[in-house]
Ligand binder design. Structure first.
Ligand code: PLP
Length: 410
């Protein structure tokens, strides 16, 4: 007799299970379009020159391994606010802002869910886009079991575009006042389709009218357009409405290439039109610290040291901006190369969405069967939904990928 006898095997996160299958594949032609991590044109993880230089300056072999304060590294938290909101907003809104260093973006998403699960703060529903990052649903299921998960339509499969009409119609009709809504700040994962500025304006109005609590997930700032400010436009626009209260889950995994170091932050902004706003922000800050203390105590030290060094020195920050252009530029070039190859091959269907989408992923529109065939016959691995990480495409394998796609759709 065991207390564990009722357990069923858990389903490993799809991309990670598929990645294991890729590793086991011995075919030399194999291509990995699964995991959302940047690769250079030789399919290798890229050491960002700004990060390499930061590590050199930090003389890491001599640094200590003490605990961080519960709020995280003050230098890191201050720099992460500035990158996200821009110096002007930070200066004006500082009293209304609570920020805590987290175990990267996942930790920030989990912490905001734990925070909202508290009975006196609990929304009836959390609205997630359909589709969304594979982990969002599990994060909310585990951390906020009493908040009902609801889905708003996001993507028109036939047109391969954002389905803004259906999204707004559903939210207008079905959201209850004070519900929470999750929005991807840029480079929506998995579809690569973001609202336009006009559409973001409309969404801000809707959230204001319905008094929604807005949660931005910002995992790709600077990675989508190559420009940190453009990729934060939506967040900064929402902040311009004093009564919208919001949270931002910020990750430095992708844009600093610090995936395994778990560097991120959660920022919460209380109403700027409430005369008691500054006290409320202080209470939010204390509560976030308390909750994170119970979950993980504090975020890890090493990666935040690197991030603080890069973000805190103007010459390194300039290097980082160049690194962001390198990464986003290579992805854009690979989008164009794949698109052009498919056009040259006269592959049936339209492929313009590959170049129109933004960020790390392409939602290719390939069916589950076509994806299976790509894997079995051509050793090309992507998610069953047809999501391909463009980071796995290189100048050396792009023709091979295009010919394989041509074969499975023809
Ligand atoms: N949010 C989105 C939309 C993501 O795509 C990811 C990673 O793929 C994350 C959050 C969290 O990543 P991390 O926990 O590495 O910061």
């Amino acid at each position: 007799q065991s207390r564990f006898s009722t357990l069923r095997p858990a389903q490993t996160d799809g991309p990670f299970a598929l990645d294991a299958a890729f590793r086991a594949d011995t075919d030399p032609r194999k291509v990995n379009l699964i995991i959302g991590a940047y690769r250079d044109d030789r399919e290798e993880p890229w050491h960002l020159p700004s990060v390499t230089e930061a590590k050199r300056r930090l003389k890491v072999e001599h640094s200590h391994h003490e605990y961080l304060p519960l709020q995280g590294s003050p230098k890191f938290v201050e720099a992460s606010r500035r990158v996200l909101f821009g110096p002007a907003i930070v200066q004006q809104q500082q009293p209304f802002l609570a920020s805590i260093q987290t175990v990267s973006g996942t930790g920030a998403n989990s912490l905001v869910a734990v925070f909202l699960e508290q009975e006196h703060l609990r929304p009836t529903n959390i609205w997630l886009p359909n589709p969304t990052w594979i982990n969002h649903a599990d994060i909310w299921k585990v951390n906020a079991p009493n908040v009902k998960m609801q889905w708003y339509p996001y993507y028109d499969d036939a047109k391969r575009e954002l389905d803004f009409g259906a999204m707004v119609e559903t939210l207008q009709r079905d959201c209850q006042e004070h519900d929470a809504i999750l929005l991807h700040a840029c480079a929506h994962n998995p579809t690569g389709r973001d609202p336009s500025q006009r559409q973001w304006r409309e969404l801000a109005q809707l959230c204001l009218k319905k008094r929604l609590f807005v949660i931005f997930d910002s995992a790709y700032q600077g990675f989508a357009s190559g420009d940190l400010d453009s990729d934060a436009w939506a967040i900064r626009h929402f902040v311009s409405y004093p009564s919208i209260e919001l949270a931002v889950c910020q990750s430095f995994s992708k844009n600093l290439g610090l995936y395994g170091e778990r560097v991120g932050a959660l920022h919460m902004m209380v109403s700027r039109s409430n005369p008691n706003g500054a006290n409320l922000a202080a209470a939010v800050q204390d509560n976030l610290i308390d909750l994170q203390r119970a979950c993980v105590s504090m975020a890890p030290l090493f990666g935040s040291r690197i991030a603080s060094e890069v973000l805190g020195n103007s010459d390194l920050e300039e290097m980082w901006k160049a690194d962001l252009s390198t990464m986003s530029g290579r992805i854009k070039a690979m989008r164009s190369a794949l698109h052009d190859e498919l056009l040259q091959l006269r592959t049936p269907g339209s492929w313009d969405h590959i170049t129109e989408q933004t960020g790390m992923f392409s939602y290719t529109g390939l069916s589950k069967e076509q994806v299976e065939e790509l894997q079995l016959k051509h050793h090309i691995y992507l998610l069953p939904t047809g999501r391909a990480s463009m980071c796995g495409v290189t100048s050396a394998n792009v023709s091979y990928i295009a010919r394989a796609i041509h074969e499975v759709v023809s």
